[in-house]
Design a protein around this ligand. Sequence first.
Ligand code: ADP
Ligand code: MG
Length: 671
Amino acid sequence: MTEPSAASPDDALFLLPSRYEDRTQVTALGALLPGTRAVVEGEVQLSEVVFRRRRALLVRISDGTGFLNLRFFYFSRAQADGLARGTRLRAFGEARRGPLGLEMVHPEYRRVATQDAEPLDDRLTPIYPLKEGETQGRVRAAVDRALRKYAAAGATDLLPTRIVEQLALPTLMDALRFVHRPPVGTSLADLAAGRNPAQRRLAFEELLAHQLSLQLLKRAIQSDPAAALPDDGGLEAKLIHSLPFSLTGAQQRVLKEVDLDLGQPKPMVRLVQGDVGCGKTVVAAAAAARAIGSGGQVAVMAPTELLAEQHFRSMSGWFQKLGITVAMMTGSQTAKAKRSALEATASGDVQLVIGTHALFQEGVAFAKLRLAIIDEQHRFGVQQRMQLKEKGAKDGLVPHQLIMTATPIPRTLAMTAHADLDVSVIDELPPGRTPVRTVVIAEEKRAGVVARIRAACLEGRQAYWVCPLIDESEELEFQAAEETFATLTSALPDVKVGLVHGRMTPKDKDRAMQAFKAGSTQLLVATTVIEVGVDVPNASLMVIENAERMGLAQLHQLRGRVGRGSAESSCVLLYRSPLSAMAKARLATIRDSNDGFEIARRDLELRGPGELLGTRQTGLAELRVADLIRDADLLPQVRETAEQLLRENADCIDPLRRRWVGGAEDYGRVG
Ligand code: ADP
Ligand code: MG
């Protein structure tokens, strides 16, 4: 959303290093570990041009404790001559295992005299995230200028002194000086883990700025009144009674919280969080019934057309029985269908409108929008939620907002990441679900998996075969799915195979989904378009290719597509050997747990903070220093300080937000 730039000294100071290198000491060659970046020194023993697949200059250095090969694929004659036997070198690079022992490929190096060893750096080297056209050198120079300027002028600590004192962390200026230029002896591991007090000081301030922004955003959304929704005719109760099941305790509890909000003349802004399959849609439908029963309109927004179609179908099923008209609004509708949906929405003839982001667009007018339901919140931005506020504002009344997400972050974190929302958690699955049995199988045993799928399909079961993104290209993802579709179709002549991917027209996509739902196809080859929300209870098998390349959260989401009916479900994770130790541990995590929160926790342990979905961002923007999980212990104090500032020091809020969140969010200013 907002990108830091190095335009002013202040900006340069707050453009923080993403990692560090230690060039403050020379590592003995005998102690050098593969995978580390280090400064080494040694004397050239051997220098030769070799031809193994590629021409390369190979220079072997030794320091008496061990040896190392420096390998250059690009080199000039003069360079080769300058690296003759007996020359003493200092080099910096990443050591890794090569065909002839440890090596560094294209290290930085220079010749050094044996006697007067040249001085080493006295600071760790910061590595900055670069934008196009920037170099580390230029960014470092800009930071140096800024550090000098502020050293003279005194730091602009925006936090009131008494709060800084309570924190027992370094002052702002000390923290900045430290993170930009960590002195010799600073632990690289501590820095990488974000445990250094200087980093904590900045993380605190950043979290505080986000917290303030989010709270102000909530205030802004709630600054106008909403309609209280009494549902005098009891439509909500009717809907609930018409369902073929009864609500779980968790669904009832969350619905009670939602109903309480909807009864107030103040806009609800509530996030309903719950693991895949916990039944968020029904809760949303019940809330919709309350709004419609109170004479209002409801909009349901889904992140994809596939999901919008699906919501349309299930909601139509529930609501039409009650005499409620449901319409669909997506970007790919025919002009005619769209016009009639628009008209019915504007006139109020339709009470429930389901669609994609097309619902937000200009020209969409609601007669009486009272409730907006947003499914899978992480794909909708704050901006769009503000737009939504405008949509309802015709009669001066703001619609209530109900946001649903399966992103598994613990409650305390959710309250910080989404400080602009009230949070409810559905922490129970509907009864009768048998947990999905997950197995991890090598790609080489694919034929056996295909045979198992065939046997299951012939027994009347249904299966997904998922071909996820293996490169960074959507192009390849759909190609992989088409190829797999072709091979499975010919390998399984007695099974009806379907295909769904992101490149198909919405109509074809929907047709493929409907055929699968109706059971006329038994095996559905799909890309990750089915990741979110797709619900076909009879499907009880899933095969996921290239599972080792995927994030655990995404695997968990995908797997959540099975295990929705009462049949025993299985998920096969296919991987390509060899597996790294990390990949092995991650796949074991998915295999051994069906609990989204537990998986997120293990994922965090394995990969460290920062990688986990959602912990490096709040509802507003990416975090630069802080990590919600790593810095979780700061959160209570962050929240407390935010309250205190809002009460007593409102004037420091805007500068803090400008510094850390950027100036893009104009709404929600103080006052
Ligand atoms: P999610 O929370 O992942 O969006 P859904 O709302 O799609 O989950 O619900 C998953 C499935 O569970 C659906 O088929 C839904 O009809 C069913 N379901 C929801 N609530 C219950 C319940 N209380 N008892 C039985 N089945 C339920
Ligand atoms: Mg859902």
